[in-house]
Ligand binder design. Structure first.
Ligand SMILES: Nc1ncnc2c1ncn2[C@@H]1O[C@H](COP(=O)(O)OP(=O)(O)OP(=O)(O)O)[C@@H](O)[C@H]1O
Ligand SMILES: [Mg+2]
Length: 258
C-alpha cells in the first residue's frame, strides 16, 4: 500500500505540452486512409458522427478511458481507433491520447508514419521510467499517440504487471482530463483485451461484417462483461451501417468497403 501511494506521488503530470512533437508522414496518412484529421474530407464524416455520439457520453457519464476491440483479428480496430482519436482531437477541449496496447501487432505509429524509439511495450517491461518518453504530440493537433513495439514475451504478463496499473493510473489521474483511446488486440487472440479492458471505463466493439458471427460477438461481449460497451461498429458492411448505439452512418461502410 505504502509503495502504491509513493508510486502515485512520483508520477509527473503527463500533459500534452510536455511531450515531444512529431510530424506524421503525409504519404502514410494518405495511404492508410487516416482521414479523421481533416473535416473537409468527406470520408471523415462517419468518424465525426461517431465522435459526436461518443463525446456526448464522455461528458455526460464522465467516461475517459475507452478501449477499441473486436472478437477476431483484422476487423478494423486500429483503423477506427486512429481515425476516431484524430476526429475527437479536433473538437474536444481536452487533449485526446491514443495508446497502442496491441503488444503483439501494434501499428498505430505505422498508420501515421511516425518514427519512434521508446514504446508502451518498453514502459510495461520496465525499460522506461516514464510515459513522457513514450508519448508523442502530433504537431498542430491536440492528439498524442503512445506507440508500441511488438513484444516476444507473453504479453498478458506485461498487462498483468504493476506497470500496466501505473499506466492506467497515470492516464486516469495525471493527464489533465485527456480522453484516452486504447487500441486493443481482439478478444479471442489472447488474454490481453479482457485483462486490459477491465481497467477502462468502457469499450467500442468493432464487428467485421460477414466475418464476425453473432455467436462470436455475444461471446466476446460476455467475456468483457461487466465493462460497459459504449457502441458497436459494423465495419466493411456493403449495405449500410449497423447502428445499435448511434455510431456511424450508411456512408461509412459503402465508402470504405470499395
Ligand atoms: N472500413 C475499411 N475500409 C478500408 N480499409 C479498412 C477498413 N477497415 C479496415 N481497413 C484496413 O484493413 C486492414 C486491417 O484493419 P486494422 O489493422 O484496423 O484491423 P485490426 O482489427 O486492428 O487488426 P488486428 O486484429 O491485427 O489488430 C488495415 O489495412 C486497414 O487499413
Ligand atoms: Mg489492430
Amino acid at each position: 500500500m505504502a509503495e502504491a501511494v509513493s508510486s502515485s506521488m512520483n508520477i509527473k503530470s503527463l500533459q500534452l505540452e510536455t511531450l515531444r512533437v512529431v510530424q506524421p508522414n503525409r504519404d502514410a496518412v494518405a495511404s492508410n486512409n487516416v482521414v479523421g484529421f481533416d473535416s473537409r474530407d468527406k470520408r471523415s464524416r462517419p468518424f465525426s458522427l461517431m465522435r459526436t455520439q461518443l463525446a456526448k457520453r464522455l461528458v455526460e457519464e464522465k467516461i475517459r478511458l475507452v478501449g477499441v476491440t473486436s472478437a477476431s483479428p483484422a476487423a478494423g480496430k486500429s483503423f477506427l481507433a486512429v481515425n476516431l482519436a484524430a476526429s475527437l482531437s479536433r473538437v474536444l477541449k481536452v487533449p485526446t491520447f491514443l495508446v497502442d496496447l496491441d503488444l503483439r501487432r501494434g501499428c498505430v505509429a505505422e498508420e501515421l508514419g511516425i518514427e519512434f524509439e521508446a514504446g508502451v511495450s518498453d514502459y510495461l517491461l520496465g525499460e522506461m521510467e516514464s510515459l513522457h518518453e513514450v508519448g508523442l504530440h502530433i504537431d498542430g493537433t491536440k492528439l498524442a499517440v503512445f506507440p508500441t513495439h511488438t513484444v516476444s514475451m507473453d504479453s498478458a504478463e506485461a498487462i498483468a504487471s504493476g506497470r500496466f496499473d501505473t499506466l492506467v493510473e497515470t492516464m486516469r489521474k495525471h493527464t489533465g482530463e485527456a480522453v484516452v483511446i486504447f487500441d486493443l488486440p481482439p478478444v479471442f487472440a489472447n488474454d490481453d483485451a479482457v485483462l486490459s479492458t477491465r481497467a477502462l471505463d468502457g469499450y467500442i466493439m468493432v464487428v467485421d461484417s460477414g466475418r464476425t458471427s453473432r455467436r462470436q460477438l455475444a461471446d466476446a461481449m460476455e467475456m468483457l462483461n461487466p465493462v460497459p460497451c459504449l457502441g458497436t461498429v459494423l465495419n466493411r458492411y456493403a449495405g449500410g451501417m449497423l447502428d445499435s448505439y448511434g455510431y456511424g452512418s450508411a456512408n461509412y461502410d459503402s465508402y470504405y468497403s470499395e
